[in-house]
Each structure stands twice: as structure tokens, then as C-alpha cells.
Design a binder for this molecule. Structure first.
Ligand SMILES: [Zn+2]
Length: 340
């Protein structure tokens, strides 16, 4: 483990001493134990995936809304409620007992590593701020650079393709796909689709928000240096908080091991998408923005996309562009960022 992080067994509360290279094996074996115990709704092994041009589309019908389960993965603005400990699954001891894998401590902050109840794919986990954490402001926004640095340290303990995603909900604004206003990151593997979408190398300067040419979504990326990146992301998020503008954050590792931090300010007015008359890929969370689609894609639209991959890729690309802020707003945000 990084010296900045400590790991505890969730159920026994006992400290688990792990070397850095032992950490991910421990976590994944604990995750599989949760799967065997029935802690996730559907075994991720039954998910279907298709390559549509540059994008990977997954059919995950158990994530559709309208079920009576209050748990994670039902991501839609129409179920958003202000956070209370009574309505929040991350504050529910029964849910934690079922899905928690480990407790991670960073400084005085405490996080639960949890299995996602409705996974978008294999090994879909979450990092959730502990409800009783000493410094626990639980709101689903980026609170501080220190919080991000702990997260970056944690990510380096996982395999390189295991990426972290944040769907913000400032002031209850849910355009990012967040439905729960309790601090949490999504974590899962994103391999080939991400590599196809994001060209490397992409670092062009150490101290400025940049874009990646060819990435259809409007976004900004930050310095590969961890402390600088954490500071820059926090500052930009602050600009967005002031406007109650939802955003997504992607944190991944490139092939050379450098960290990639990308921020996507979301546009509120995104219409519902159809593909040839069937509901498809609402593009909720940041997983959509980095090339993985379809958590609510219907069987019919999934089949149609496979039959018409060229048209489907065009729709996906258009969708990626229109769910984030248009270029003129991004320039305005850049100005506000530099003035802070
Ligand atoms: Zn909560």
C-alpha cells in the first residue's frame, strides 16, 4: 500500500497489511466473494458487448429504470432526491454489509470500497465516502485537492486499465448521470474502447487545461503531475459549482503509466436519444464520455446497432458532442478558470 493509505476489512474492522502489489489481488478476490454471496443483482458475465466503430456498447438490461430497487445504477434525473441518511443506500448499514469490500483510510478520511449492485460490466466497484468519516462532507462534488490525491494514490494500486469516474451533482443538478448526492466514484475496467477514443501522447503543457483533438466530447484535461492535476481539477470544478453546472471526471492511466485527468462540463438540455425508433444509450455517466455506452440500451437498439454499425457510430459521436457544453461556453469557463 502507499504509505498515505491504510486498508481495513469492512466486516471485522481489522487492519489488513498489504504490499502495493498485493492490494488489487486482495480487492478482486474479496469482490468475487461478494458476487458469490449474491451481493450484486446480476452476474456481469451475462452482459453482452459489441464493438460499434470506436465505441464499445454494452447491453445491461438490469440497469433500466423503473424497477423498485433503490440501489445503485438507476441513474436518472427523475429519481433524484436531496440526500438524507434515510433515503441513501450509502448510508444504509444493510447495503454496506452486503456490498462493502474494504475500508480505505487516507489521513482522517474514510472510504468504503463497494461492489456496484447493478454493474455495467465485470468488476464494477465504487469508492464511497464513509458516512461517519471524520471530515465527511458527503455531497457529490469535488471537495478538495487532497481528496483527489488520495484517489490518485489508490488508483495506482489497481491494474492500469481500471479507471475511476465521477458523476457530479452540484445543487441537485443531475445532467452528469448522478442520482445520489453522496460522494462516490465509479470504478471499472476500460481497455480497448478508451484507447481507440483517446489518442496518445496528448500532453502539451504542464500547467493549462487542454483538449484532446479527436475526442468528440467537450472536455479539459490537466497536468500529468499529480499535485498539479489535483489543484487544477479542483479549481475548474469550483467554477462549475458556482454555476450549478454538473460535470463528469475521468481518471485513468495511459500506457506509459502517466495519469490522465479529464473533466467534462455537462449540458443540461440533452434530449433523449433513440436509434431507429428504439431508446438507446442515454449517455449518463462519464463511462459514456470515454467510449463505453449502453447501460440502458434496449435489446432492440442493441441489435440494430450491430446491424447498422456505421449509422450507430455517427449517432454516438453526435451524442458525445451534444451532451457536453458547446465550445463557446467552454471558452467562457476557461476564462473564469484563469481568473480564479
Ligand atoms: Zn448517504
Amino acid at each position: 500500500m502507499k504509505t498515505s493509505l491504510r486498508c481495513y476489512d469492512y466486516h471485522t474492522k481489522s487492519r489488513v497489511s498489504l504490499k502495493a502489489h498485493e492490494f488489487s489481488e486482495y480487492v478482486f478476490s474479496r469482490y468475487q466473494a461478494r458476487v458469490r454471496a449474491g451481493a450484486i443483482l446480476i452476474d456481469a458475465a451475462v452482459t453482452r458487448a459489441a464493438q460499434i466503430g470506436r465505441y464499445e456498447v454494452r447491453l445491461a438490461p438490469w440497469r433500466t429504470r423503473g424497477g423498485n430497487d433503490i440501489s445503485f445504477g438507476i441513474m436518472s434525473a427523475d429519481i433524484y432526491q436531496p440526500h438524507t441518511s434515510d433515503n441513501c443506500p450509502f448510508c444504509d448499514d444493510q447495503v454496506l454489509d452486503r456490498q462493502a469490500i474494504a475500508v480505505i483510510e487516507a489521513g482522517r478520511q474514510q472510504y468504503y470500497l463497494m461492489a456496484n449492485y447493478k454493474p455495467v460490466g465485470p468488476e464494477h466497484m465504487m469508492l464511497v465516502k464513509g458516512k461517519d468519516s471524520p471530515n465527511g462532507d458527503l455531497a457529490q462534488i469535488i471537495h478538495s485537492p487532497e481528496e483527489l490525491l488520495a484517489l490518485f494514490d489508490l488508483q495506482y494500486l489497481f491494474p492500469r486499465e481500471f479507471s475511476f469516474y465521477f458523476n457530479s451533482s452540484p445543487g441537485g443538478e443531475t445532467a452528469s448521470g448522478a442520482s445520489l448526492d453522496h460522494w462516490h466514484w465509479q470504478m471499472f475496467r476500460l481497455g480497448e474502447a478508451f484507447k481507440r477514443l483517446v489518442p496518445v501522447p496528448l500532453w502539451v503543457g504542464p500547467d493549462a487545461a487542454r483538449s484532446v483533438p479527436g475526442w468528440p466530447a467537450q472536455h479539459r484535461i490537466f497536468s500529468p503531475d499529480q499535485p498539479t492535476s489535483a489543484r487544477q481539477l479542483f479549481k475548474y470544478a469550483h467554477v462549475l459549482h458556482a454555476a450549478n453546472n454538473a460535470y463528469n471526471v475521468f481518471r485513468g492511466q495511459l500506457a506509459d503509466g502517466a495519469g490522465l485527468t479529464a473533466l467534462f462540463p455537462r449540458w443540461r438540455g440533452t434530449p433523449v436519444t433513440e436509434f431507429m425508433g428504439h431508446p438507446a444509450y442515454p449517455c449518463h455517466g462519464v463511462d459514456s464520455l470515454v467510449g463505453l455506452f449502453g447501460s440502458e440500451t434496449s435489446q432492440a437498439s442493441f441489435d440494430l446497432m450491430q446491424q447498422h454499425p456505421f449509422a450507430a457510430e455517427q449517432v454516438l459521436t453526435r451524442r458525445l458532442t451534444e451532451i457536453t457544453q458547446p465550445p463557446d461556453v467552454m471558452r467562457w469557463l476557461d476564462v473564469a478558470y484563469r481568473q480564479r
